[in-house]
Design a protein around this ligand. Structure first.
Ligand code: LLP
Length: 421
């Protein structure tokens, strides 16, 4: 469920017309709904065992206003870089609710996280563990860690976002997990506190979660028997969202919560979750304006002013996003099928092929839906196109929460070496 609906003939975010926002900030722009963010967070958090830590995965949407909205609801943060940690802290998320994931944490990032006093490091390899032990020692600190284990299960999702099988770079291989914990127990500046698992993203069936959680529960028992403190279990993120209207809906949070409750019951551990997409995807959309309606040999093209640099998911993962007209189609309006494409000079700069839309013309607005996760955060200035602004709506109010990148900023950081004068 989301809060983008037609009202008075125009698509609105909560009570605000997207056409009115477009008239003020220009296009393209991202727009997020506070009500949807809040609703998704609550539905998810309420489905989980009490005392769980919901650490929003900042990589899905790192806008400070979005983070602050979630922080106000009690969200923690799952971060994968020093930069994301800074953002989470700047948004008011307490360090004690931050977990640090990622395969390549640098010593500088580790030191910053230790100084901030984060809740836990999710360690992904033995060399990383040894580096963390060194850094913690040099700061006179003790690092709380969980190993991210690789349970070797198939997440049944797109290959590029599947992380829990043995051929990926993620996590400690299952065959070495026991040894890794034994090594950690010998290190003076490391405090083992749990287990972490994350098997992938946009997972639309429960069975991969069930398989991974089962392995983790069994592992917690054997690790405890070996004397390790397993008081926290981080079950990662990954719950999928409906991108297509005709899609079979992904498992609802209640069913996922029931699986998690089993883990809590069997282990008595505090559970941690790292949801990204399911909180923000449907809370955001990308509004773009038609530049030209162009007739191809046998296709109708809508060339819009957003490109793959603004939203790369279709080009990168063949991702499907619904596309709708911002002006509500009239009852008897003629419809046609368009290829909705951007202006970037790449064939993959296409948002949707053969999409049924009312007949549109230059200057009309369309919205690309479910773009709140992995949209603005993955944007680039490719083709020297300034990053699009982001807008947050709350009821009748709205605010630009990131302005459009200035044209001059596209090259302001470039430097001319002396030999070019
Ligand atoms: N925790 C870890 C360790 C992760 O690597 C991820 C996502 C998450 C949590 C959050 O997963 P979520 O709940 O959002 O599924 N750019 C891709 C998705 C990449 C996901 C990477 N890891 C996309 O646009 O589909």
């Amino acid at each position: 469920m989301n809060h983008f609906q037609y009202r008075g003939g125009v698509l609105c975010a909560e009570e605000v017309s997207l056409a009115a926002i477009a008239a003020t900030v220009g296009t393209p722009f991202y727009c997020y709904s506070s009500a949807t963010l809040e609703r998704h967070y609550r539905v998810f958090a309420d489905a989980l065992p009490k005392e769980s830590l919901v650490a929003f995965s900042v990589k899905a949407n790192g806008n400070l206003a979005v983070l602050k909205t979630l922080a106000a609801l009690g969200a923690g943060a799952d971060v994968v870089s020093g930069g994301e940690m800074k953002k989470a802290l700047a948004a008011g998320i307490p360090a004690t609710r931050i977990v640090f994931s990622g395969v390549g944490k640098t010593k500088t990032e580790m030191a910053a996280a230790l100084k901030a006093g984060i809740y836990q490091f999710n360690v992904e390899s033995e060399p990383e563990l040894l580096a963390l032990n060194d850094v913690a020692g040099s700061l006179g600190a003790k690092a709380s860690i969980a190993f991210r284990v690789n349970p070797d299960v198939d997440a049944l999702t797109h290959a590029k976002i599947s992380t829990g099988h043995a051929e990926t770079k993620f996590g400690v291989p299952w065959s070495r997990v026991t040894d890794a914990y034994a090594l950690a127990a010998t290190l003076a500046n490391i405090a083992v506190c749990g287990i972490d698992v994350h098997i992938g993203s946009q997972i639309t069936e429960l069975s991969p979660f069930a398989a991974a959680f089962k392995r983790v529960v069994a592992l917690s028992k054997s690790l405890r028997a070996a004397g390790h403190d397993i008081s926290r279990i981080d079950l990662g993120g990954g719950l999928g969202v409906p991108y297509r209207n005709d899609n079979i809906p992904p498992p609802d949070p209640a069913a996922y919560g029931a699986l998690a409750a089993e883990v809590a019951k069997e282990t008595g551990a505090r559970l941690i979750f790292e949801p990204g997409r399911m909180i923000v995807a449907n809370a955001g959309l990308l509004v773009t304006r038609v530049i030209y309606a162009k007739e191809g040999e046998n296709r109708h093209f809508l060339i819009v002013d957003a490109g793959m640099n603004d939203l790369i998911r279709p080009a990168m993962y063949d991702a499907y996003h619904e596309i709708v007209a911002v002006a509500e189609p009239q009852v008897n309006a003629p419809w046609t099928r368009y290829d909705v494409v951007g202006p970037v000079c790449e064939t993959s700069d296409i948002f949707g092929s053969e999409r049924a839309l009312p007949v549109l013309k230059a200057d009309d607005l369309v919205a690309i839906l479910a773009a709140g996760a992995y949209g603005a955060v993955m944007a680039s200035a490719y083709n020297a196109r300034p990053l699009a602004p982001e807008v947050l709506v709350k009821g009748p109010e709205w605010a630009v929460v990131r302005p459009r990148m200035d044209d001059d900023a596209l090259y302001a950081s470039d430097r001319i070496p002396p030999w070019l004068g």
